[in-house]
Design a protein around this ligand. Sequence first.
Ligand code: MN
Length: 291
Amino acid sequence: MKRRTIERVFASPRRHWVGNGFHVCNYFPRGARLFERFSPFILLDYNMPEEFPPARSPRGIGPHPHRGFETVTFAFEGAVEHHDNKGNHGIIYPGDVQWMTAGGGILHKEYHEKEFSKKGGVFHVIQLWVNLPSKDKMTEPGYQALEASDMGIYRLEEKKGAVHVVAGEFKGVKGPARTFSPIHIYRAVLKEGALLILEEPKDFNLGLLVIQGDLEVNGQKVNEYDFVLFDNVPGVVETKAMSEETQYMVFSGEDLKEPIVAGGPFVMNTREELMQANEDFHQGKFGTSSF
Ligand code: MN
């Protein structure tokens, strides 16, 4: 079988704080413009497993705006709470995903769920930004609460593991998320020695993030928390779990092939649209900030 080759392996970069609740590695730092290479994915913020002490008031980030893309939050440990000014409220627990479409404009706040905050514990989440096609950037804001039990499940033989499909499909098993462009997102959970072969369209940009244990990718050892970006060539990716339990997330999506002009919490196609986003926000057109 022809293999889809590795373009680059990124070791986890230095962490920074988003508000006081999310201690994240940003695998696509601004300036590197990797988000163009990995379209439609424009940001991958990873809070690797980290113990948070009990806190009286939940850690997180207060009301802030977004326009032009979707924020997708995956919880692996701990619990994340969300409120927005379109009336949505949700809490996600391990295995759940919160898929928020900012579209034409929304304000939201994101923080550790109250009970989790009080007790403290290990917090392990990803926030992914998914770009919207130009024609959908100003769409109505939306919110999808995707629970662990909603995910499509592909099971390996002999209880060697499973693939939890969030968006698109894996070997015919579909995920629940509604997306604006073709995207496949899934989480593989594998026992040591398990083999899993990925077959993604070559014109989909493809990357995987190891979130637990070590992995062999096309025969090459990849460490826990590494991010692997693949060349856009036809072929399969062969993965093999090298730890007692290995988990990784796969992000695969069709390149939007549109210009990206990003500034702070807005991701648009032109400078003018970015200026307009700032102006609209400052004029209060995103709606109330008390919610
Ligand atoms: Mn946000």
